[in-house]
Structure formats: C-alpha cells, structure tokens
Design a protein around this ligand. Structure first.
Ligand SMILES: *[C@@H]1O[C@H](CO)[C@@H](O)[C@H](O)[C@H]1NC(C)=O
Ligand SMILES: *[C@@H]1O[C@H](CO)[C@@H](O)[C@H](O)[C@H]1NC(C)=O
Ligand SMILES: *[C@@H]1O[C@H](CO)[C@@H](O)[C@H](O)[C@H]1NC(C)=O
Length: 496
C-alpha cells in the first residue's frame, strides 16, 4: 500500500514538474470558435430567411432565460472585421465559424443562392486568410431553415438530400479556401435535445423522432463526406469530420461500472460508433438494449431504426480526424427508471441511470457542469483505445460563467488545466492536432440567452456597437499561443 502511494505521488510530482517544460508540437494549432446564430445577428437582413431558432424564440420568447434571441447578438454580420482583429490579437492559427443555411440558401434548397450571404462569408473567409488565420468551417450548427422544419426537419429522411445539396453549395463556393470542415455540430443536441423538448425544434418525441433524427444526421454527414471525397478532395485536399460533444462518465460506485460503459455508448457511441469504429453501425450493446425496450413496450420494430449493411458501409470511416467538444465529466448511478431525471432525460430513462456530480469536483455556473480536466485526457485515451483513432482536433472547450467580470481567473484556470491534460495526452502518444477555445467572445448562449458568458472577450450587449473588450483569459490565451507553452507569466507572476 505504502509503495503504491509513493509511486502515485512520484508520477504526480514528475508530471507537474515536467509540464512547465513541455511545449505544444510545432504542427499543433490554436483556435477560437463561434457559431452563426450565436454571433451574427442580422436575422432578417437582405434575403435571409427564418431559421428554427428565429421561429422558436420569436413565438416563445420566454423559453430563453432573459426572453432574448439572436436577432442582433454580437452583430458580427456588421462587425466581422473586429472579430478578425480579435483573432489576430489572440495570435490564433484558426477561427472556427459556422455558416447560416438560411443566409446562404434562403429557400432551404439549392435552387437559389443569396448574393448577400455569399458575399458575407467570402469577406469573412478572405479577411481571415489575409491575416494568416485558417477558417475552420462548420456547415451546420443547429439553425435549420424553418421551411425545412415544416417538412419534418431531421426526422424526415429527405433531410439527407436537403443537407447534402446545401453542403455541395458550401464546398463549391468556399472549398478553394477552407481546408478543414465540420459537417454537423453536436448531433446529440440536435436530436436528443431537439426531440427531448429542450432545444429546437422543441418537440417532445425522443422515443421515435429523436432516434430517426439520430440515424439521419449520421447519413447526412456521410453523404457530405463522400461527396467531398469524390468531388472536392482531388481539387482542394481538405479534411472533413463531424463534431461530437463528449461528456466523460465515471461510475459513482464500483457497482455502476457496467451502467457507465453503457452510458458512454449511449451518449457518445450512438453518434460516433457508426463513423469511427471498424465495425460501423450502432454500438451493439445500445442497439440490443433499445431493441429490448421497444419490444417490451409492444413496438413491432425497434425504435432505434436499424441500419442496413449498405448504410453501415456508407457511414463507416467517413472522417479525417476526430472532432471533439469536451466540457465536463459526470458520475453515473443505476436507478429505477422512474427516478432517472436529468438534463438529457430520455436516454437516461431508457437506461435506468441517473447522472450525478462528484461532490469533490468544483462546479461551474450550471448544475450539470462539473470541472474535471482529467476527464479530457481519459476521453482522448478512450477514443484511441475504442476506435483506434488518435488524431483528434478539440473543436470546443470552455467555461460558462454568470460573472461578466474582465478578471476571469476561473476561465484562465479552466483553459490552462485542460491544456495541461492535452499536453499530457500528447506525451502519452495521442496525436491531438489542435485546440479551439469556446468562445472568442460572449454571445447568444441559446436558451440561457445573454445571461451566460463563455467569451475570452466580453461583449457589451447594451451598446449598439456591441463593444468587445479582452478579458484576462484573452491575455492568458495570447501568451499561450505566442510561447506555445503553459509557462506563461503576467507582471512577472506565474499563472499557477
Ligand atoms: C428585422 O427585424 C427587426 C427586429 O429584430 C425589426 O425591427 C425590423 O423591422 C425587421 N426588418 C425587416 C425588413 O423586416
Ligand atoms: C492507441 O491505440 C492503439 C491501437 O489500439 C494502441 O496500440 C496504442 O497503444 C494506443 N495509444 C495510447 C497512447 O494508449
Ligand atoms: C459607437 O461607435 C461610433 C463609431 O466608432 C462612436 O462614434 C460612438 O460613440 C459609439 N457609441 C457607443 C455608445 O459606444
């Protein structure tokens, strides 16, 4: 026992000592991120049409915590030059943006391309490239044209064609300059959120609609990936992937070990296995579990719609890197189904689990957001060990606060401790290729409205100028990008 303690102690000491001297590899890229609906505003300018977010918050303003919406947001539609300037100030290699489907294709369909939308994204992309910053573009970050939602949205299998037609327009217009693409951001939120009535389209039908959506987003992603592979990669040599939000899960007690494995497959595998695993398709243990639930409930076929072998082969391997959004780690506890209530309720109810917090971990502003940086290194190992994929781009990571202070040392500490885990994972032999901090600036944080801050820059939402001001975390991050290490000081003081 004494020996084990001594060995563990040595590892901890040697790791923290060596962290000071570790630097990020030469090819490692630093970035920051935003998404169209959260920053652009200009929701009805020119010929832009209504998205599902526009519709939901115009008709149900009380759904957001402060009754607000993204009509103006950070007004980046007009202030994009300042956004680029901030990316330059931060010294980042890349800026992750998303394209608003309704700004580019107001009809939802590819028969008509908005000149205004085309000009806006061309300006933004060219402006970044002029400053030597790589645009990392998400094609779909949750803002579906309302007209397509009216036709069934992600629950309608035709969405696979609607989406891939849109993706073809995006690749055609911007593929010569954009080399890193995310097809779809956090499909889990689109489906489990959207059909669990916690997100647009705010429909209470997870048991059926959510799982249809789950299958369709994977097929839509695959169709866009294969299109890029065949038509655009030979010309532009870019990379394409789908981004997943991956909460790490640990068992509350040793008895919860099996439930925890199943939970990871439910919340990550259900959106990743089909793409990244060697076998493809649904995670077998989840497919079996949900088929048994469906049968018990009297459904003639499983609610999680099976893939055909052809579909399995079509989706499998449609990635060039693993796009990972990591924020938090939670504990899993087995409970009676009727007790299983939580943020992403329905899936937990299906499994008969509750998601709880470890009381020893610090919490962010939300009750679901425990701060546990070690979880990131574990996720990176899990991805490598489960799928044999080791090139991972961290496309989101950041800290939400209700505190708008410019002296956001808690955000500095959050980012720093997660970058430490990345350095350790790289040292372990995992090929983490970059890190994109969420977010460049405070923005419209979905149903939290403007009450929650994620920004390295604060934004004054009371000013028509939406004035951006760097926080302490912006200073910290720019010293990281310049030294390419965590050995950063301010006024001669170490950040530790
Ligand atoms: C656009 O929306 C704003 C509200 O955000 C409204 O005041 C304005 O009249 C609208 N403009 C047009 C052209 O509909
Ligand atoms: C990553 O996975 C491969 C294949 O399973 C394995 O050989 C390798 O040891 C793993 N790397 C790390 C750092 O665990
Ligand atoms: C907004 O910006 C304009 C032009 O830079 C400036 O003249 C004006 O004073 C600013 N207004 C506020 C409220 O900051």
């Amino acid at each position: 026992m004494g020996f084990v303690v001594a060995v563990v102690f040595c590892i901890v000491v040697s790791e923290s000592w060596s962290l000071q001297s570790l630097t990020f590899p030469k090819e490692f890229k630093f970035g920051v991120a935003t998404a169209a609906y959260q920053v652009e505003g200009a929701w009805n300018i020119s010929d832009k049409s209504e998205s599902t977010w526009d519709r939901l918050l115009h008709t149900h303003p009380s759904l957001s915590d402060d009754g607000s919406n993204g009509d103006v947001a950070c007004d980046s539609y007009h202030l994009w030059r300042r956004d680029i300037e901030m990316a330059v100030e931060l010294g980042v290699d890349m800026y992750r943006i998303s394209i608003a489907w309704t700004r580019l294709l107001p009809n939802g369909f590819a028969n008509y391309i908005s000149e205004d939308g085309k000009r806006f994204y061309n300006n933004l992309i060219d402006g970044l490239l002029e400053k030597g910053i790589e645009p990392l573009v998400t094609i779909y970050h949750w803002d579906l044209p309302q007209s397509l939602q009216d036709l069934g949205g992600w629950a309608n299998p035709l969405v696979i064609d609607w989406y891939s037609d849109y993706a073809r327009v995006v690749f055609t217009l911007f593929g010569d300059r954009v080399k890193t693409w995310i097809t779809i951001n956090e499909a889990l939120v689109i489906c489990d959120g959207g059909y669990g009535k916690t997100w647009v389209p705010y429909i209470d039908d997870m048991a059926i609609g959510g799982y249809l959506c789950n299958k369709h987003v994977l097929l839509a992603h695959a169709k866009a990936y294969r299109m890029y592979d065949e038509e655009f990669r030979p010309l532009y040599h870019g990379k394409v992937s789908i981004s997943n939000v991956f909460f790490w899960y640990e068992p509350e007690t040793p008895e919860d070990e099996e439930a925890t494995k199943l939970t990871i497959q439910m919340w990550e595998g259900r959106y990743a296995h089909a793409v990244y695993s060697k076998a493809g398709g649904w995670p077998p243990e989840i497919e079996k579990f949900l088929a048994a639930n469906s049968k018990r409930e009297g459904y003639p076929t499983p609610r999680l719609p099976p893939f055909t072998q052809e579909e399995i082969d079509y989706v499998r391997g449609t990635y060039d890197f693993y796009s990972l959004n990591y924020y938090t780690t939670r504990l899993v506890r087995r409970v009676k189904p009727e007790e299983a209530g939580s943020w992403i309720f329905y899936g937990n109810k299906e499994l008969g689990i509750a998601i709880v917090n470890d009381p020893s971990w610090p919490m962010a502003s939300f009750d679901w957001f425990a701060i546990h940086p070690e979880g990131l290194r574990k996720v990176l190992h899990w991805i490598n060990n489960t799928y044999g994929v080791s090139n991972v781009l961290i496309t989101e990571n950041g800290l939400p606060t209700y505190d708008a202070s410019l002296y956001d040392f808690n955000r500095v500490s959050y980012i720093k401790s997660h970058l430490e885990q990345i350095l350790l994972a790289i040292k372990d032999g995992i090929n983490v290729i970059g890190y994109t901090a969420w977010a460049l600036m405070d923005n419209f944080e979905w149903l939290s409205g403007y009450t929650v801050k994620f920004g390295l820059y604060s934004v004054d939402f009371t000013s028509p100028n939406r004035t951006r001001t760097p926080r302490e975390s912006a200073r910290f991050y720019s010293s990281v990008t310049r030294t390419r290490s965590l050995n950063t000081t301010r006024h001669g003081l170490n950040y530790y």
